[in-house]
Design a protein around this ligand. Structure first.
Ligand SMILES: [Fe+2]
Ligand SMILES: [Fe+2]
Length: 202
């Protein structure tokens, strides 16, 4: 249990760090984008702090286990803000909308209701982060008004070797993804994309 929350804590820390990285890496991006990204970063810091506090309660403070910088390793390949929102917001955070449900259920089954509710709360808050990415992706890729991100364009902006199949969970959380600004066409294509086996993220 604590080991799982340790992984989540490190995910949130990386998410916060990568927001900071992107703010600095893309100085030419619109101020409004960078300001919103700063506020996403504060959300991620808060999420990390919540998980770290829960780890303390479970007697396994952050740092107890080894970590892997999975998000860092893949995100540093982004060369433009468009690639960044494609990967981090629509990709990793999008996939997390499904993973949060799965882990919430597993924690409940294991009897850790407090951790399950924390995972659920963080999962709900991540919808806004995916929405943030969808808005900027649409604006920068000249999507038709109200259409949301174009699926083919999104795939084209993902740094290899990442593909949509590893950036989603099963079943797809269509409701949350819809609320995050993704169209039915996008969701149909994502749902049909390959299998859902995810490489180790630890
Ligand atoms: Fe988060
Ligand atoms: Fe997030």
């Amino acid at each position: 249990m604590a080991r799982l929350l340790h992984v989540f804590t490190h995910h949130e820390i990386q998410a916060a760090e990568l927001c900071g990285w992107a703010i600095l890496a893309f100085p030419g991006a619109p101020d409004a984008f960078r300001e919103e990204l700063f506020s996403v970063m504060l959300d991620e810091v808060r999420h990390a702090a919540c998980y770290a506090a829960r780890l303390e309660e479970l007697g396994a403070p952050y740092g107890t286990h080894a970590v892997r910088d999975w998000f860092w390793e893949r995100t540093l390949g982004c060369r433009t803000p468009l690639q960044y929102v494609a990967l981090m917001g629509l990709g990793f955070e999008g996939g997390n909308l499904e993973h949060a449900h799965r882990f919430e259920d597993l924690l409940r089954q294991a009897g850790d209701v407090q951790s399950a509710e924390l995972v659920a709360r963080v999962g709900r808050e991540e919808v806004a982060h995916v929405h943030f990415a969808a808005r900027w992706f649409s604006a920068w890729s000249d999507a038709a008004p109200g259409a949301g991100p174009d699926y083919d364009r999104w795939v084209a902006e993902l740094p290899p070797p990442l593909t949509p199949a590893v950036l989603k969970g099963d079943p797809l959380d269509r409701d949350r993804r819809r609320r995050a600004g993704l169209s039915e066409v996008f969701l149909d294509r994502l749902e049909a994309a390959g299998d859902t086996r995810t490489p180790s993220r630890r």
